[in-house]
Design a binder for this molecule. Sequence first.
Ligand code: NAD
Length: 415
Amino acid sequence: MQKAFKNVLKQLEKASSIADVDNEVIEILKVPDRIIQVKVPVRMDDGRLEIFKGYRVQHNNWSGPYKGGLRYFHLVNLDEVKALAFWMTIKCAVVDIPMGGGKGGIAVDPKKLSEDEILKLTRSFTRALSDNIGAKIDIPAPDVYTNPQIMECITDEYSKIKCREDLAVVTGKPMKKGGCHGRDRATAMGGYFVLEELMKKLKKNPSQVRIAIQGFGNAGGVMADLCFDKGYQVVAVSDSKGGIYSEKALDISKVKQYKEEEGTVVGFQKTKEITNEELLELNVDILILAALENQVTQSNASKVKAKYILELANGPTTPSADEILFSKGIEVIPDVLANAGGVVVSYFEWKQNLEKKHWEEDKVFKKLKKIMTRAFDKVYEIRSQKKTNLRTAAFVLAIERLQRKWRERTKSEEL
Ligand code: NAD
């Protein structure tokens, strides 16, 4: 994600020009609290010692401990991690949970490592970060190419170092190791609750709504399932190998089965093969972005025909594309709102771990729905008041909330 942090600053500046927030709060938010860069030595299976670069950026903790995923990906770099940590601060403030923003990762291609090497890499990274993470300090979670097993491994290594079991040091753990029901579907579920609210406002019936979804993984695949189950017309989906389109709605359960067998959605019966670029330009009501960053840009935004874009991915629309979409009357339901379900359920997991409780899935989704609905309504209200787009409205809501936290904290202190 090139220049991602520059995009973040543009988004922040745009919101600060219409928010009721002191300039000094904005200046503080422009810089992360702490940047941690570590070496991650690993003894590889062939006996060589390889040294990887690991990062953790702690952006802001006015609302609570830093919170955010760990990414294992060869393109991980400091600029990207800083941007993602910042978005976590905004996201947690939009949904109003007592968590701050953090993010981390290792520049590594996990597909080139054995399972054993990935676990050794994770233990080595945990040792390097052990003084900087903790249930009340900074709580990592899974992100791109990290999973519940890796979270279990961090908990285990961290507990060994601290000589006590500390389940709440990470979230996204397997169920038998302190995980939370529904965490695997939380991001899509949160996005779905937001979509439902939008439909209520538009007084639309799901059967009248045509949807295209880019990305068919954890976020996009589950979202496709939810939309299909509720009667939306999902007419196109895609993965890294390409996309499929059908004039008539796709049977998502069959597409899923096909993907499991073939490793891609491409080639599914009676569909037209399309590229990922073509999917973005389809004549649909809603375009759901659930794959990568920087998909809708200055060069293709004017070709988007959907009336609404819902961002399950982080940073899929660039600031210049946002301007073009706004001028065309296309509304973007931004990542900091639409994909916040993941961090909300992570917060539930942390809370259950600390209180030694266990919630059933019904309770998790009921609470998630309440939080997502409240956040959506508030963002929508600010958008109408300020006559801006939903992303800027979400940022305004977040930075005004953050200012209140900052004032409470600094009431009795001098900076
Ligand atoms: P994933 O790896 O499960 O799925 C990613 C999907 O995108 C796969 O289907 C993959 O084939 C597809 N893809 C990859 N390259 C593509 C390309 N060039 N064009 C089209 N599709 C492509 O990942 P995920 O967890 O679903 O995450 C997807 C996005 O959602 C990421 O931006 C992630 O940061 C964001 N997100 C995920 C969560 C979560 O809880 N999973 C939470 C918040 C945000």
